[in-house]
Design a protein around this ligand. Structure first.
Ligand code: HEC
Ligand code: HEC
Length: 398
């Protein structure tokens, strides 16, 4: 995996040019923010995964572009040789540098060292760190916080190409589908899963083969994915502690600003919980949504088949997925084949194995989908009365 910047030429038929900030044997994972000095001479990019800031010489970028033909410019998105021409310096920072801001005169760069609870102050002339502002974070670094730093750091992957965060940004998921198998290329494709609030929803992975987070990120992780040394037991403890401590889902405010179900969602909830179809026939227990997806996590934590095996999948069962905040995790199904919640049933799942839906009208399916979009964490549910209280929202995002 590579990281870099994109330049959009602002002129008729302007091109989009992508330049990597990585070097042949060293990668600068998780570029997060960019700040450009008022004189347009320097740009700063924070690399959240490797604790440093790249300083880019913008005149060198202009020169590189003017000396390159269109074919070369297209090739640069895969070329590790340009960074030595455009990067002036890499400035080390504290843990997990993210947002940045320049002073109005452009002389100082402020960097939020997210997991250091500190703001670094960097001189844009000497390119040295000249001070920092403490945000009064905890003195003691707990095991879970150590795990959080590990999850956000690329130090444990081959040449620092990526971190857990790269695929699980903000402990969520990147919406992409990966082929993780170390053999059998092109088989058993899987859609990245969110890491939010999964402590109570074992087993893990789509195929449910991992009974614990500990196993999920243990030895096999390094064999299959990082091709590097495995986490030490201490590191593994820390990363597991962080995930198990329950990274909260953000509030699902999109569809329920006042915390109440809309009329459509109420109708959808009835369909989700129903035991009889619209003609009054009893729906077999195994075909009812609530059988497999009961509250509070909307999973019975069991393995089952719902007719979604692809031709490229081994013959396996799937761990019933939890559905809180499902609205924020498209695409859907284990291989991400459904771009929207509707598609789970309009394009796929027509055999009735994945819930009885064939008697539903289009409007009823819409209602069911509206209800699915409203699902959220139980702890959050208790707080709905406070939802208009800004300080509560503030606390959640902190
Ligand atoms: C290259 C992208 C990528 C990286 C890097 C990555 N993951 Fe994942 N993660 C995935 C995918 C894809 C799945 C689903 C895998 C499957 O079901 O076979 C997944 C699943 C998981 C699950 C299971 C979640 C559940 O609800 O069952 C956990 C836990 C997890 N990852 C943690 C981590 C941790 C911790 C790291 C870093 C040490 C990490 N991942 C790095 C892509 C990635
Ligand atoms: C027999 C158990 C079972 C029943 C009944 C069932 N589901 Fe599922 N559900 C699953 C399994 C297993 C998957 C994962 C399938 C896959 O990824 O290929 C799934 C996936 C989903 C997903 C996608 C989750 C994601 O993260 O991509 C949603 C949404 C969903 N079900 C909602 C429903 C609704 C609504 C109903 C009723 C109409 C229903 N399910 C009935 C077992 C069931």
């Amino acid at each position: 995996m590579t990281g870099g910047i994109g330049i959009v030429e602002q002129k008729p038929s302007g091109r989009i040019i992508q330049l990597l900030l990585d070097e042949p044997n060293a990668y600068y994972a998780d570029p997060f923010d960019i700040a450009v000095t008022p004189d347009g001479k320097k740009a700063f990019v924070s690399h959240a995964g490797v604790n440093c800031i790249s300083v880019i010489d913008i005149d060198a970028v202009r020169k590189l572009i003017s000396e390159s033909d269109d074919r070369m410019l297209t090739a640069y998105s895969n070329y590790l040789g340009t960074s030595s021409r455009i990067v002036l310096k890499r400035i080390p920072t504290g843990a997990n540098p993210k947002g940045m801001a320049l002073s109005p005169d452009g002389k100082k760069l402020y960097v939020a060292e997210h997991l250091e609870d500190r703001i670094a102050v960097i001189s844009t002339e000497s390119l040295e760190t000249i001070g920092n502002i403490s945000l009064g974070g905890p003195r003691r670094i707990t095991v879970a916080r150590e795990g959080r730093r590990l999850l956000n750091n690329a130090g444990h992957t081959f040449q620092s190409q990526y971190s857990c965060y790269t695929c699980h940004p903000d402990t969520h998921e990147d919406g992409l589908v990966y082929n993780m198998a170390s053999k059998d290329m092109g088989r058993n494709m899987t859609n990245t899963q969110s890491l939010r609030n999964i402590g109570d929803t074992p087993p893990y992975k789509w195929n449910g083969k991992n009974q614990s987070i500990y196993k999920q990120d243990g030895m096999r992780f390094s064999t299959v994915l990082t091709r590097n040394e495995a986490f030490s037991y201490k590191e593994l403890d820390a990363i597991t502690a962080y995930i198990m401590s329950g990274v909260p889902n953000p509030p699902n405010l999109v569809y329920n600003p006042d915390g109440k179900l809309t009329e459509a969602q109420k109708r959808g909830k009835d369909i989700f919980q129903r035991s009889h179809d619209s003609k009054g026939f009893e729906i077999p227990v195994v075909n009812r949504c609530v059988t497999c997806h009961p509250a509070p996590y909307f999973t019975n934590k069991k393995m089952t088949g719902v007719g979604t095996l692809a031709a490229t999948d081994d013959s396996i069962l799937f761990d019933v997925p939890h559905l809180n905040n499902i609205v924020y995790s498209p695409p859907y199904l284990h291989d991400g084949r459904a771009a929207t919640l509707e598609e789970i049933w309009t394009l796929y799942g027509k055999t009735e194995e994945h819930g009885a839906v064939n008697d539903l009208t289009k409007t009823q399916l819409n209602d069911l989908v509206e209800y699915l979009k409203s699902l959220r964490d139980p702890e959050y549910e208790q707080k709905t009365s406070e939802i208009h209280n800004a300080s509560f929202i503030h606390k959640l995002f902190k």
